[in-house]
Design a binder for this molecule. Structure first.
Ligand SMILES: [Zn+2]
Length: 371
């Protein structure tokens, strides 16, 4: 049972780690964001990462929404870029290397899009898959980037922040892993956003292999500079792949509080991408997912996100994922069935047709949400 330090409300779905309820963060960002930033300061310092996007430096990085302004030797918020000799450079032992890991997953995988993509369904057959149904016997090449331009307190892959785990590879190393049984590549992490040029390079080299089926997909917070996202969309479009947008919050203040960044580029990019997706509805080019953080991704946030999706393209599939306590946000329960059903009702109310509740095994029975 947590207590909001501003309004005094007590509930099992208020986090004492955060210290404030969703309403107070939305309505009183001036009072709530500063104390929350101190939590982030402690967390980021332990990994040697800036606690907020640096501002006031001489050189601006334009890869993502953070638009870090760096002085000589200063690291960007994502830790992927550094200012060297007055230029934005990749922070790696030598040029051309990127901190990532890659591995094969047998298809069909548990990816966010699996309920609606050619790897597991008849979507996209026969143009983008050789099987009408699950691609049994084939593989996905998962490319996990060890950096991110968001800092979610509930990050499920938070270990990538530890630099001692970083491994560096060239694009060619990843492309060499594409074999005859590899039917798709998925870039995730961390996030592909700070690594977008590397992912586009891998995508291009992989397409040059001229495999009959090789779908290229990105799973992302969607906050990359649109000019790069447009190129990713074009690879996904022609290969039968997709862009999976993780729509975390509708309200900027909640995104700033729980994820450390502004969500305006995510929402703007999503709208543009969802419009483009009308050109290739099958298999879906753009897929939305939202992690149902108890108490924080509440009906207000879900209504806001639903209204955005519905305003551009009601055919965009939307998947709801269950939260489990992890990393900093370790004092909330798992998502309840009631919460998942609420999300589903809201999506339906806005006319969104393809809805999925993912990782249902994590959903908990209902709990009393207010005293
Ligand atoms: Zn409150």
């Amino acid at each position: 049972m947590g207590t909001c330090r501003l309004c005094g409300k007590r509930s099992i779905i208020i986090s004492d780690v955060i210290g404030f309820c969703a309403n107070c963060i939305r309505e009183h960002p001036q009072e709530t964001l500063k104390p929350i930033s101190l939590i982030r300061y402690r967390e980021r310092s332990s990994f040697g990462l800036p606690h907020k996007p640096p501002k006031g430096g001489n050189v601006r990085c334009s890869f993502c929404v953070n638009q870090c302004e760096l002085n000589e030797g200063e690291l960007g918020f994502c830790g992927r870029f550094v200012c060297k000799n007055g230029k934005i450079k990749i922070n790696a032992p030598s040029p051309g290397l990127t901190a990532l890991t890659f591995y094969h997953d047998p298809l069909p995988t548990n990816c966010v899009a699996s309920w609606i993509c050619p790897a597991s369904t008849s979507e996209g057959y026969p143009e983008f898959t050789c099987t009408e149904g699950p691609e049994v016997g084939f593989k996905n090449l998962a490319v996990f980037y060890q950096s991110c331009n968001f800092d979610c307190f509930y990050c499920q892959n938070w270990h990538f922040r530890d630099k001692t785990t970083h491994r560096f590879y060239k694009s060619e190393d990843v492309v060499d892993a594409v074999d005859e049984k590899t039917n798709c590549i998925c870039f995730f992490g961390g996030d592909p956003t700070p690594n977008i040029l590397n992912s586009l390079d891998i995508a291009e080299k992989a397409c040059n292999l001229k495999k009959e089926f090789l779908r290229i997909c990105w799973e992302t917070n969607g906050s990359v500079n649109w000019k790069f996202l447009e190129r990713a969309l074009s690879f996904a479009m022609k290969t039968g792949g997709c862009i999976k947008f993780d729509l975390k919050f509708f309200s900027k203040s909640l995104n700033l509080a729980l994820c450390g960044t502004d969500n305006s580029w995510t929402l703007d990019n999503f709208k543009k991408a969802a419009l483009l997706a009308r050109k290739r509805p099958h298999p879906p080019l753009v897929i939305a997912s939202t992690l149902l953080v108890p108490g924080y991704v509440d009906s207000y946030e879900l209504e806001g996100l639903a209204s955005i999706i519905a305003s551009v393209n009601k055919d965009i599939p939307w998947s709801f994922l269950a939260f489990y306590p992890t990393f900093i946000l370790n004092d909330l329960p798992t998502t309840s069935w009631d919460h998942a059903k609420l999300a589903e009702r809201i999506a339906k109310k806005y006319g969104i047709k393809n809805i999925n509740i993912g990782n249902v095994h994590l959903l908990s029975n209902s709990y009393k949400i207010s005293p």
